[in-house]
Design a protein around this ligand. Structure first.
Ligand code: CTP
Ligand code: A1H0Z
Length: 335
């Protein structure tokens, strides 16, 4: 019996044809415009970090209606592989040992469903509070005395080391937030609806989530902000600057921080979740398969072959592994 598998990578147990890792230097020519995110200092700081010795709570705003998906079910309550999107996000944060509590902010009409989800998926250290009419009001309902991590509930893929960067920067500076390069140029139009001007893209970044704040900053910001901020605002970092004079530390985040906003994002999130589970399933099956081969070859069986075609497996938010044609030929000899 031969069970032929390509050389596997020790880390992932799958051959790595191509590992794409997010790097600071994008493939495209970057304008000489300087965009310091002081990450180098942070990396050193974190590298020397032995433990997070202060209270950390995460607030997951999940009280929206998801209108832009065009479907009736709010996107955070959509299901992939029998688990709701919000549960994947909670699970991500449950795996972080230095986060003491997870506050999920949901619409009043979803409170019972959320309690059921927590019970059904055995989530722990989760507090459910009701949301408000806007994201800012929902977040304000969820913040409590600790270093506060705020993370949109519809961003299910974030890894611990980025959360650590944001948390340590927030503890040090008062506020910190994820940023990503803009993929489209930002323009402004005249009252008549024509182009007025465009911004030089390399000098700007998109503000994403995860964000972090010391409690006093985010609490005071919400205590002092205006009704208009609550109603129309989309940026917590702006409130920290405007009402507390706190300049947040921007930190470049990985591409997986993207927010599920449109229907297509749901399909993308589902394929990534399936990819993650496929990796586990494939590895388990192949291991079992080889075990059965070994067992069967001892008691003689028929001959057959199988090919497993190209599979992209998204293992974690930093790397993508392309599994090449895994030619698993198991040859059994008939008696
Ligand atoms: N009143 C609100 C509005 C939004 N959110 C949450 O804030 C996050 C990011 O907001 P967004 O992507 O805009 O979600 P929705 O407001 O639901 O989307 P839409 O604007 O398409 O309706 C989501 O997890 C959403 O559930 C919230 O907690 N309370
Ligand atoms: O504005 P929306 O509610 O669609 O999405 C929220 C995002 O804007 C927000 O998460 C980041 O911009 C960081 O503030």
């Amino acid at each position: 019996m031969t069970c032929v598998m390509h050389k596997v990578d020790v880390l992932t147990n799958f051959p790595k044809l191509y590992m794409q890792e997010e790097t600071g230097d994008m493939a495209r020519p970057v304008d000489p415009g300087h965009f310091s995110t002081c990450e180098a200092r942070l990396d050193k700081h974190i590298a020397g970090l032995c433990s997070v010795d202060f209270q950390v709570a995460v607030v997951l705003p999940a009280g929206g209606s998801g209108e832009r998906t065009g479907i009736l079910t709010p996107k955070q309550l959509c299901t992939f592989l029998n688990r709701l999107l919000i549960s994947y996000t909670i699970q991500t944060f449950e795996r972080v040992p230095w986060i003491q509590s997870i506050v999920v902010v949901v619409a009043k009409e979803s409170l019972d469903l959320m309690m059921d989800i927590i019970h059904r998926f055995h989530h722990r250290n989760v507090l459910v509070v009701h949301g408000g009419s806007t994201r800012h009001r929902s977040i304000f309902n969820g913040v409590g005395p600790s270093v506060v991590i705020i993370h949109d509930a519809v961003r299910p893929f974030v890894e611990e080391d980025f959360l650590l960067k944001i948390t340590m920067a927030a503890k040090e500076q008062g506020a910190a937030g994820a940023i990503r390069p803009l993929v489209s140029t930002v323009i402004a139009t005249t009252l008549e609806g024509y182009l007025d001007h465009s911004l030089e893209r390399t000098k700007y970044r998109a503000s994403e989530m995860t964000q972090g704040f010391i409690y006093d900053v985010i609490y005071q910001a919400y205590q002092r902000c205006s009704e208009s901020d609550f109603k129309f605002g989309t940026e917590c970092l702006h409130l920290a600057l405007q009402y507390c004079g706190t300049n947040a530390k921007p930190i470049e985040g990985p591409p997986t921080l993207w927010k599920v906003t449109y229907k297509g994002d749901l399909a993308a999130a589902e394929s990534i979740v399936k990819g993650m589970y496929l990796y586990t399933f494939l590895y388990t099956t192949l291991s079992l398969y080889c075990f059965v081969c070994t067992l069967s070859s001892l008691c003689h069986c028929t001959v057959f072959k199988c090919n497993i075609s190209m599979i992209v497996v998204y293992l974690d938010s930093k790397t993508t592994y392309f599994i090449d044609l895994m030619y698993v030929s198991t040859i059994f000899y008939t008696t």
